[in-house]
Ligand binder design. Structure first.
Ligand code: CO
Length: 203
């Protein structure tokens, strides 16, 4: 509570209009889909201010077509806020990725992690020459981000906005806990063609 009071008065001091400006409207240009991990705060690592980034976070930054929470956030961000960019940001040393690479049962979250095991299975040949556990975890972290960006592109929500408004552009990043630096792993500009089987023709 004390921290909050100090923060609010500091913001007012820096910019007397700060709260007035944000009270009725938000116009973020970015939707962030990141990991729940406490070490990867979307606003701090991107240097963004309140009002600039719309955030959804879950374990291992997954984009699942059965996740009503993710889909609600995505639809609102794309169709109402009209974001220009969607960023899927994973991070090296992700507990969710590591857990998915084990044979241990963790309870309910097994169902969630199974989606990451599927990413491994789809890209199995890319792991053949990797030796250390760290290399395998890092590779799966990067492939998982790419797969989640592809999952965004498979949604009718994104395809409809691509067709009519040439946005949002999709970006896949991996954040490095060692140095705070973001490694871009995939860019998918609006209108990118994906496997035709996933492209809707009546949006
Ligand atoms: Co994580």
């Amino acid at each position: 509570m004390l921290q909050n009071k100090a923060w609010a008065s500091e913001k007012l001091h820096e910019d007397p209009d700060f709260f007035n400006r944000l009270v009725d409207i938000q116009t973020p240009e970015f939707l962030w889909v990141g990991c729940s991990d406490s070490r990867v705060p979307a606003d701090q690592i991107t240097g963004t201010q309140p009002g600039e980034i719309f955030v959804h976070r879950n374990v291992a930054n997954l984009v699942l077509h059965t996740d009503l929470n993710l889909l609600s956030v995505l639809q609102y961000a794309v169709e109402v806020l009209k974001v220009k960019h969607i960023i899927v940001c994973g991070h090296y040393n992700c507990g969710g990725i590591k857990a998915a690479l084990t044979n241990h049962s963790f309870g309910i979250i097994n169902k969630w992690l199974r989606n990451i095991k599927d990413v491994y299975r789809i890209h199995k040949e890319e792991f053949e020459n990797l030796e250390s556990e760290e290399e395998i975890v890092n590779k799966l972290t990067e492939l998982n981000v790419k797969e989640q960006v592809l999952n965004l592109a498979k949604t009718s929500i994104v395809q409809k906005a691509w067709k009519h408004e040439q946005r949002p552009h999709l970006h896949g990043w991996v954040y490095d806990l060692h140095d705070g630096i973001i490694n871009p792993v995939i860019e998918m500009p609006a209108g990118t063609h994906i496997d035709p089987l996933y492209e809707f023709d009546n949006l």
